[in-house]
Design a protein around this ligand. Structure first.
Ligand SMILES: Nc1ncnc2c1ncn2[C@@H]1O[C@H](COP(=O)(O)OP(=O)(O)OP(=O)(O)O)[C@@H](O)[C@H]1O
Ligand SMILES: [Mg+2]
Length: 297
C-alpha cells in the first residue's frame, strides 16, 4: 500500500510506539514488550491496538519467542520520518514514489507554500538482498543498516547544504530526519537518458564547475559521479545539470581523494566523449577542478 495512505491510517499512539522502537535501534534487535510498555507509557489496550495496527501495515515485526518483542522496519522508519518532518513543517503533503535507487526510494512531496520537494529515504541493505537472493528477508531491516541509512542521510544533507552556498546546480536541501532528506524536486531527466542535448559542451562545463566548487569551496569530492547521478532540467532555453547523490563524498584532505577525483572526472569525460564526441584532456580537467587551471577550454 502507498506510504501516504498508510500514513493517514495512523495516529499519535502509533507514532509513539514507532519512536520508542526507533530510539532503541542501536540497543536491541527486537525490543521486548515490557520495555515498549514502559517507554511508551501507553495504557495496555491502546498499546495492543497500536501494535496490531503497526503490524498490519508492516511498520513493525513481532517475534513471539523467547519473549514477545518487536522491531521497526524501513516502512516504520519512513512513517516516523514523515511524521516528524511534517511536525517540523518541512513537508505539508506526501505524494507518490517517483524513483527507486540502489540504496534509496524517492518520493515527491510539497511544503506548505506548494513548492515541489523530493524526499530521499535511504534504504541501505536492500541491495544485498536483491543481489544475493539467499540472504534472508529479515536482514533487510537489520538495525545496523538502518543506522547506516541515517548516517548517509545526514551526510547528504550536509554536503548539499554546503554546496548550495556556492552553486545552483545541486538540489537545495531543506531538512533531514532519520534516514530521510528533503530537497528540491528537480523536474528533469537523468543525463544517461537525455539523448538530444542541444549544448552538450556547456552541460559538461557546468558539471566541471560544480566539481571545482565542491573541491575548492567545500573541500569535497563527489566520489560516485556518473551519468546516473546527474539530472538535466530545461530552464528557459538553458540545459541545467543538477548533480545529485552525494552521501559518499570524500574530503579533500583524505589521502584517497585523488583516486576518487580522477575516477569521477574520467567517468564524466568518457561519457561525453562516447555520446557527444567531446574531447577534453583528463589531466587538464583534473587541474581545473583543483584550481590549478583558470579555464578549461
Ligand atoms: N531531487 C530530486 N528530484 C527529482 N528526482 C530525483 C531527485 N533525487 C533523486 N531523484 C531521482 O531518483 C533517482 C535515484 O536517486 P539517487 O541517485 O539520489 O539515489 P540512489 O539510491 O543513490 O540511486 P542509485 O543507487 O541508482 O544511484 C535519480 O536517478 C533520480 O531519477
Ligand atoms: Mg544515484
Amino acid at each position: 500500500m502507498e506510504l501516504a495512505l498508510v500514513y493517514r491510517k495512523l495516529g499519535k499512539d502509533d507514532f509513539k510506539v514507532l519512536r520508542v522502537l526507533d530510539s532503541l535501534l542501536g540497543r536491541y534487535e527486537y525490543v521486548p514488550l515490557d520495555i515498549i510498555e514502559r517507554r511508551s507509557a501507553l495504557p495496555p489496550l491502546r498499546l495492543t491496538r497500536a501494535l496490531d495496527r503497526l503490524s498490519k501495515v508492516k511498520a513493525i515485526v513481532r517475534r513471539p519467542t523467547p519473549k514477545v518483542s518487536y522491531r521497526i522496519t524501513y516502512i516504520g522508519l519512513d512513517l516516523l520520518a514523515v511524521y516528524s518532518l511534517s511536525r517540523k513543517d518541512a513537508i505539508a503533503f506526501l505524494g507518490t514514489k517517483i524513483g527507486t535507487g540502489k540504496e534509496s526510494e524517492i518520493y515527491i512531496a510539497k511544503d506548505s507554500s506548494g513548492r515541489l520537494l523530493a524526499i530521499k529515504f535511504y534504504k541501505i541493505g536492500r541491495v544485498s538482498f536483491q543481489k544475493v537472493k539467499r540472504v534472508r528477508q529479515y536482514l533487510v531491516d537489520e538495525p545496523n543498516w538502518m543506522i547506516r541509512s541515517k548516517i548517509a542521510a545526514e551526510r547528504e544533507f550536509k554536503a548539499l547544504k554546503d554546496l548550495s552556498k556556492y552553486t545552483d546546480f545541486v538540489p537545495k536541501v531543506y531538512a533531514w530526519d532519520r534516514h530521510a532528506v528533503v530537497m528540491d524536486y528537480i523536474k528533469g531527466i537523468e543525463l544517461y537518458r537525455y539523448k538530444v542535448a542541444l549544448k552538450p559542451e556547456s552541460i559538461l562545463l557546468k558539471i566541471l564547475d560544480v566539481l571545482r566548487k565542491a573541491y575548492l569551496n567545500v573541500g569535497i569530492v563527489h566520489g560516485d559521479l556518473s551519468e546516473y547521478n546527474i539530472v538535466v532540467s530545461i530552464e528557459g532555453d538553458e540545459e541545467v545539470p543538477y548533480i545529485i547523490d552525494w552521501p559518499q563524498y570524500v574530503y579533500r584532505d583524505d589521502p584517497q581523494h585523488e583516486v576518487y577525483l580522477r575516477r569521477d572526472v574520467e567517468h564524466l569525460l568518457k561519457f561525453f566523449k562516447r555520446r557527444y564526441r567531446i574531447t577534453i584532456d583528463v589531466e587538464r580537467a583534473i587541474r581545473y577542478v583543483r584550481g590549478e587551471e583558470e579555464s578549461i577550454s
